[in-house]
Design a protein around this ligand. Structure first.
Ligand code: GLU
Length: 487
């Protein structure tokens, strides 16, 4: 196993879309491990498939990591001694290694066409044989090679897999063994010379001196092929990276979370108003635990406590309710200036405010009354809209509740009481209304205040009523009550 004294762990996504929950869980564990060990996090973009990995997705991946606070020591934007960190800029390196493997006899040219391979695969399946390359081009004679060439066939480069098995110790799963019968000779480079993932990932992990590969369990089966590339490169076993395959993240219904599902994309969570710390906190619990029942942890605690030994090997299930609960906790823990910074973009985007100083001052006063009540930042615009809306109107669905006789009675009494208030603050408003409606009229609070809440905020779901009235101001509140009475 790698004996370098400094840990070098990499996060190596192939961004073919927005990074999703599974990618970020991997990035988070990579980051936490690097920080815990005071090692280095290397961020490498695996973009050899440029038809699917676009510049836009690469930029989005970079932005997402930054937004989450998962900083890297080497990689895009920061550079480093082992770059470039975009595989598309390293094609010559892979081509050189593929050539070396051909020269050494570790790899060979394979001229089989896609149709021929498919035909033989069907036959294997029919005969209940292990599917995979059958070694047809392993030992072609010069005559056969010339014949293929004369027919204009272009070969792929295929790695020769020796008989036997690959055994390695996974830091999470323990000893893992792959019989080579099930690991057929595999393609390293396409006919046009472009490398495949297995070649590029293995070459880079060695050249970038990676000591630890923490990545998703879906890549476990590619490990024997990567180890085969290390061998062909002449790397001593003691210099192989240590592998640690993280458990799958399953959907709530136990199906695998998929990129196609919008809710797995981190961009979606960001838009809904989840805080990066909440996402990281929640994802940290998917397959790892801090050691007790504690569920709300800070990034620093994650760094302090993170060890691979505490990573579980069984699949973790994504639980939206738990993420929401953690997000609510993190929102409540924000200082007012931080909460304001998070809230303003949501209010501006929803056109609730345009960003004037007066509006911001009012938002600042309003935030403390909703901080306890929201689960996501995305709820803020609907909660505070009543304070800023130009042409106020009661939600049409709530309107019928206001015309009921009892509601009209409440509104009329409330109006005379608040109109005569000397001081317009929530305690005075509450005091006078409780006295008039609850004590004198004998109404139940929910009934007494529901009509008033709808009249003033437009909806029966709103921040606390008396605080809302204070913030809206005397004139605004009174005119809304009046129009609810005449309506
Ligand atoms: N680029 C690969 C992917 O996004 C992961 C590479 C690795 O971690 O080995 O699926």
């Amino acid at each position: 196993m790698a004996n370098n004294s400094q840990v070098r762990v990499r996060f190596a996504p192939s961004p073919t879309g927005d990074l999703h929950v599974g990618n970020i869980r991997t990035a988070l564990f990579d980051w936490a491990y690097a920080r815990h060990t005071q090692g280095k996090l290397i961020f490498r973009i695996e973009d050899t498939d440029r038809d699917r990995v676009t510049d836009e997705y690469i930029q989005a991946a970079i932005d997402t990591l930054k937004w989450l606070g998962l900083n890297w020591d080497e990689g895009p934007e920061v550079g480093g001694a082992y770059g470039p960190y975009l595989q598309s800029q390293r094609l010559e390196i892979y081509a050189e290694w593929a050539q070396k493997f051909l020269d050494n006899g570790d790899a060979y040219h394979c001229y089989c066409s896609a149709d021929e391979l498919e035909e033989r695969r069907q036959l294997q399946m029919k005969n209940n044989q292990a599917p995979g390359y059958d070694g047809k081009c392993r030992d072609l004679s010069n005559v056969q090679i010339e014949d293929y060439k004369s027919k204009g066939r272009k070969p792929v480069v295929r790695m020769r897999m020796p008989q036997g098995e690959t055994v390695f110790t996974d830091a999470i799963r323990g000893e893992v063994k792959f019989e080579h019968l099930y690991v057929p000779d595999f393609v390293l480079a396409r006919a046009d010379g472009s490398p495949l993932y297995t070649l590029a990932v293995a070459v880079d992990d060695i050249l970038m001196k990676i000591t630890h590969v923490l990545r998703g369990e879906d890549l476990l089966s590619s490990t024997p092929r990567q180890i085969r590339v290390y061998q062909a490169m002449g790397v001593a076993e003691s210099d192989y990276p240590i592998f640690a395959h993280l458990p799958f993240v399953m959907g709530q219904d136990n199906a695998k979370l998929s990129k196609r599902n919008g809710e797995v994309s981190i961009a979606w969570y960001r838009e809904k108003g989840f805080l990066p710390d909440a996402i990281c906190n929640y994802l940290a619990l998917l397959g790892w635990s801090p050691g007790d029942d504690k569920e709300n942890i800070t990034m620093q605690e994650l760094v302090d406590l993170f060890t691979v030994e505490r990573v579980n090997s069984s699949p973790a299930r994504f639980d939206m309710k738990k993420l929401e609960a953690i997000n609510g906790d993190k929102i409540r823990a924000l200082s007012l200036p931080d909460f304001l910074d998070w809230a303003l973009p949501f209010l501006m985007k929803a056109n609730v405010i345009s960003g004037s100083d007066d509006e911001i001052a009012l938002v600042k006063k309003a935030l403390p009354i909703i901080q306890e009540r929201i689960v996501t930042l995305g709820e803020i615009p609907a909660m505070l809209n009543f304070l800023f809306v130009k042409n106020f109107a009661v939600d049409p669905e709530e309107q019928p509740k206001l015309v009921e006789a009892a509601a009209q009675e409440v509104l009329k009494v409330a109006l005379t009481k608040v109109e005569s208030l000397e001081k317009w603050d929530h305690t005075s408003i509450e005091e006078v209304l409780r006295k008039a409606l609850i004590e004198e009229l004998g109404l139940k609070p929910r009934i007494a205040f529901s009509a008033l809440r709808i009249a003033v905020t437009g909806s029966h779901i709103s921040p606390p009523l008396f605080e809302s009235m204070e913030l809206l101001g005397r004139d605004g509140s009174i005119s809304r009550i009046k129009s609810a009475i005449s309506a």
